[in-house]
Every structure is written in structure tokens, then in C-alpha cells.
Design a protein around this ligand. Sequence first.
Ligand code: SAM
Length: 247
Amino acid sequence: MIDLQAYVQQHFNLTLSDAQAAAFDVYLHELLDWNTRVNLTAITDPQQVIVRHFLDSLSVASVITFEAGDKLVDVGTGAGFPGLALAIAFPQINVTLLEATAKKLIFCQHIVDLLKLRNVRTVHARAEEAGQMPQHRAQYDVVTARAVARLPILLEYTLPLAKVNGLVVALKGATAQTEVDDSAAALAALGGQVQPIVHVPLPGVDDPHYLVTTIKVKSTPGRYPRSAGKPVKEPIGAPPAPPKPKA
Ligand code: SAM
């Protein structure tokens, strides 16, 4: 069994107290228990949960230095990855878990209540809606997202939520570089600048994991994000869909 505390100390320079390690243990067992009733994760082996959910989430600490009071929003958090894991590891930051599917947020809120996490709130909304709400737009120092959408779409979900000079950290797999290459138009339109991609090896995992960090260098024009579903249907910079043939 991998030792979470020892691993993150050695690889991410992150110190977890015994109480924080115990909190991750509770999270692990609740996730696997709830997963028998609610579809939360395809991963059911405890060791794999530690590696592919907890370590992958905490790897964000290798590219970000959090300051006390920082505001982080995790877009499409699902069962809380990476946002809830980061909230446990960094009690000094304020974490918003944003998710469009209510039942997943109910699980996240259960963990928040059980662990008495005072630095987390859950928000049931689509990113396209939250990005146009004054209480969320341009309010966050850090925006995270994993497994939500390809980068050109994800940038439209995330950059409007970041403050100018804030960061968007996308946890990506093998297609990271291709997605960055496809994002030039979205970055220009939304006011982002991508940093060099960071490779994060995970123990015993062959498929590559990358952190793609984007700095918001100027404010995002008010027309972004567009209405719900539009970023997926018409990603910024993608060629327009050909007209439907007449019947
Ligand atoms: N981030 C979690 C993880 O890595 O385990 C969940 C990944 S899951 C594949 C994608 C999640 O993003 C789903 O829970 C889905 O409901 C949510 N999602 C997709 N599009 C969204 C949007 N536009 N706004 C908010 N949530 C969204």
C-alpha cells in the first residue's frame, strides 16, 4: 500500500499531518461505499484511488504555491478531484467545488460535513452560468479542472472565473500538447497564456499525467463564457460546422 504522507512529502514537498492523512482515509472509504449506490468513479481498488485520485489531485501542489486566503474553484469537480483533495491538504485556502450534476455534489457535501471542512463550499451550476455571475466571475486566484473537456473548451469554462494574474491548472493525459496546440485562438480570445507543460509521473501508472498551467494575462471579454452547451458545440477557433444538406 502506498504511503500517501511519505509520497507527497518526497515528491510534492507537501507535509500532511496525521489528522490530514486520516481525513484522506475517511474520504477513500466513503467514496468506495457511496460508489456502490451512486456512480462516482470507475476506480474501485483502494490503492488506485490513492494514486489516481489523491496523488494526481495533490500533484497540483508541485506547480502552485498557495497563499493563505487564496480562492480556488474546481470546475466539474465530480467526486471532488482535485478540489476536495486540495481543500483537505491546504486548510488555509478557500475552495469552491463547482459541479453540474447534483448527486456528485451531495457526495462532496457529505465529505465536507463528515470531515468538518470549514474551507469548502459546493456550488451546483454549470461553468458557463457561473462564469457570468458576479459572485464567481474573475473572483478566483486558482481554477482547477480534471477530465472535464478538451483544453479549447475548458479555457472558456475556466478563464472567466480567474482573476487577472490568476492561474488555471488543467490536469491532462497524453493529449496535453495537442490540446495546447489547438488552443491558440481560445487563449487569444479569453486572455490566457500557457506555461510550459509539467509532466507528473504517478507511481505504477504507465499513462502520462501532465499539468497545463495558464496565466490569465488580461480580463476576459464579457461575451465569454457563451451560453450553456455553446463552448462544446462551437469551440473557439474550431472551423464552423458544415451546413446541413437540404432534404
Ligand atoms: N473532475 C472529476 C475527476 O477528475 O474525477 C470529475 C470528472 S467527470 C469525467 C467530469 C465532470 O464534469 C462531471 O461530473 C460533469 O458533470 C462535470 N461537468 C462537465 N461539464 C460541466 C460544465 N460545463 N459545468 C460544470 N460541470 C461540468
